[in-house]
Design a binder for this molecule. Structure first.
Ligand code: ADP
Ligand code: 5GP
Length: 207
């Protein structure tokens, strides 16, 4: 994989707001590509196949696992989710500066194992009551599904220590600004801008 490419992982307990933050980020950074995962979860009313996820059944997902087609995959809230190698190839072919992975802590660990320079951000809700309120307010799932997700929140938050950055998503504007700042800083790393400096040096030699 291109070493200059920013691999940005965003994770959170369900309902903390990571999809909302990710969308804002992609609006501000057209040079970042969203990695479209595969999942066995049923689509929500607002979701589009191929844009939010590739929605597939368990048999197909299992086949893809045995064919070694995932860079990472995990079971989350009773469904399977994974990032395919071909999705990462698609992002690379687009010649963008970064890829955004909206994945859970298990997937984050798998990506970090092969790319230690991947940057990981964990989004926290301001309180547990507010997390529950947001899960219900989203109105995307039935009560049983919401309770499963809410009950998994503790285990997910326990992994916060694995992440490079933590963002408390209280006021949305403030949280979006923090995420944008992280990306701005990471895209300004010397390694990612060095080729521009080298181009200037070559021009000086020619003059
Ligand atoms: P996640 O992707 O982490 O599961 P979402 O981005 O879907 O969470 O957000 C869950 C719900 O909370 C959505 O209805 C969203 O509009 C809302 N939400 C997100 N951030 C905030 C915030 N800072 N304040 C209030 N509501 C928020
Ligand atoms: P949701 O069903 O709310 O879209 O996502 C549920 C959880 O699955 C979230 O924590 C989300 O980040 C995670 N997830 C989505 N795609 C992937 C993926 O490709 N791999 C892994 N490991 N987790 C994913």
């Amino acid at each position: 994989m291109n070493d200059d490419l920013l691999l940005l992982i965003i994770s959170s307990p369900s309902g903390a707001g990571k999809t909302t933050l990710a969308r804002d980020l992609l609006r501000h950074f057209p040079e970042m590509m969203f990695s479209v995962s595969h999942t066995t979860r049923k689509p929500r009313a607002s979701e589009m196949d191929g844009k939010d996820y590739h929605f597939i059944d368990r048999a197909r997902f299992s086949r893809m696992i045995s064919q070694g087609r995932f860079a990472e995959w995990a079971e989350v809230h009773g469904n399977l989710y994974g990032t395919s190698l071909s999705e990462i190839e698609r992002c690379k072919r687009n010649n963008q500066r970064g890829i955004l992975f909206d994945i859970d802590y298990q997937g984050a660990r798998q990506i970090k194992a092969v790319r230690a320079d991947a940057v990981s951000v964990f989004v926290l809700p301001p309180s547990i009551d507010e997390l529950k309120r947001r899960l219900y307010a989203r109105g995307a799932e039935d009560e049983k599904t919401i309770e499963i997700r809410f009950n998994n929140a503790k285990r997910e938050i326990e992994h916060y220590g694995f992440f490079d950055y933590l963002i408390i998503n209280d006021g949305l504007e403030e949280a979006c600004a923090r995420l944008r700042s992280i990306v701005t800083a990471e895209l300004s790393r010397r390694s990612r801008v060095a080729s521009s400096a080298e181009t200037l040096l070559r021009q000086i030699k020619i003059v």
